[in-house]
Design a protein around this ligand. Structure first.
Ligand SMILES: [Zn+2]
Length: 382
């Protein structure tokens, strides 16, 4: 057995010496100014550019609600729109709460560790149920909150249309104990306002920042933010014991989900990785070797990858950039731990046994995602 194994390695080495795949790769790369050549990735790039040409126009009724709340609480209209875009992509999810029990376009939250819904009700005098279900009230409540945060953070502050003058209030709206996360949230909100395209009385928002699949090598460098130790179990896993990937959708925002996993709470939960919709930024919160609590009975043998957004709103959240960056990560996991790159080993949360969640839902584009994963896997193998 052993001798045959050695022979196998020798003949494999001989094969490599003859065909020398890395030499042909290097030659090809040199011809192309150093970029990897992968026809599949070039094709995916072209498709992503086409998809990105669609921009979102804020509906008139919502625009009027943002304008009214802006006048009432002297919070810039475009700040409110940018916040709403970040929290919900301007969707009320037909009254269904986010994973953290947040409601409406502005994701006013009511849970044991965060009560922006109750606070908004106190400040605006609007009933909690109205704040949950009525778009106009929900936006009004959020404006009241932001005005209050601004007063607390900057006493003596006067009105300013400049969004960056609201930095502290924006950070307080997320309200994470981790200021790095608050700053990251702030940058997203300010970044969103730069995606606005002025067009008469309309506000149009570009849907995503497309990062070319061909830009750079398949490097994945997640930001590390540790989950609270109650949200995972220490393990000693690796090749052979990590055998599957679980694809999740957060039913909430990137910043909100990271903040949640950093805290201790009932129903412990965290995934290993979190991917952002707008630009595919990745945060790792649990080490691969450890067992994150994300998919019940499947936790012990899987790595969980969470994606920002909502199952009900795939077009606005599942950007080609997020698919691309997540696929780089998934391909790296497959390459590192010897996981086969197929749909029996890379599955959605709802496809594992005995799960109650429906993510990633029918809007998750498995065909595109698996094309990206396979294309990146081929790059790792070079
Ligand atoms: Zn899930």
């Amino acid at each position: 057995m052993k001798a045959r194994h050695v022979l196998g390695i020798l003949s494999l080495a001989a094969l490599f010496a003859v065909s020398a795949p890395w030499a042909s790769y290097a030659e090809e790369a040199a011809k192309n100014g150093g970029s990897p050549i992968n026809m599949e990735l070039q094709q995916l790039d072209a498709e992503a550019k086409l998809a990105n040409e669609q921009a979102y126009v804020v509906p008139d009724t919502l625009l009027a609600a943002f304008e009214e709340a802006s006048k009432q609480y002297k919070v810039p209209r475009d700040l409110l729109i940018a916040m709403g875009w970040n929290e919900s992509r301007l969707s009320n999810h037909e009254g269904l709460p986010s994973f953290e029990n947040g409601y409406g376009i502005m994701n006013l939250v009511s849970n044991p560790v965060k009560q922006t819904l109750e606070k908004a009700s106190q400040l605006s005098g609007l009933d909690v149920n109205l704040l949950k279900s009525d778009d106009k009230s929900n936006i009004m409540g959020a404006a009241a909150l932001l005005a209050e945060f601004q007063k607390t953070a900057n006493p003596g502050f006067r009105e300013s249309p400049n969004l960056s003058d609201w930095s502290n209030a924006i950070k307080m709206y997320l309200g994470s104990e981790n200021d790095e996360l608050n700053v990251s949230y702030l940058q997203q909100v300010l970044g969103t306002s730069k995606l606005f395209i002025p067009s008469g009385n309309k506000v149009t928002i570009k849907n995503e920042i497309v990062i070319s699949a061909l830009a750079g090598k398949p490097v994945v460098k997640p930001i590390w933010k540790a989950a609270h130790p109650t949200n995972y179990a220490t393990g000693n896993r690796g090749r052979g014991t990590i055998t599957h990937l679980v694809i999740h959708v957060m039913q909430g925002t990137y910043a909100g989900s990271i903040s949640w996993a950093q805290q201790k709470h009932d129903g412990p939960s965290a995934a290993h990785y979190y991917v952002r919709s707008s630009d595919g930024e990745i945060t790792q919160m649990v080490k691969d070797k450890d067992i994150a609590y994300h998919a019940r009975s499947a936790n012990s043998y899987t790595i969980g990858i969470e994606h920002e957004g909502y199952v009900s709103d795939p077009k606005k959240w599942f950007t080609s950039t997020m698919y691309n960056q997540s696929a780089k990560l998934a391909a790296l996991m497959c390459y590192t731990y010897g996981i086969p790159v197929d749909r029996s080993h890379i599955k959605g949360h709802s496809e594992y046994p005995n799960q109650t969640h429906t993510d990633p839902g029918s809007g998750w584009d498995w065909t595109t995602y698996m094309r990206y994963v396979k294309a990146w896997y081929a790059e790792y193998q070079k």
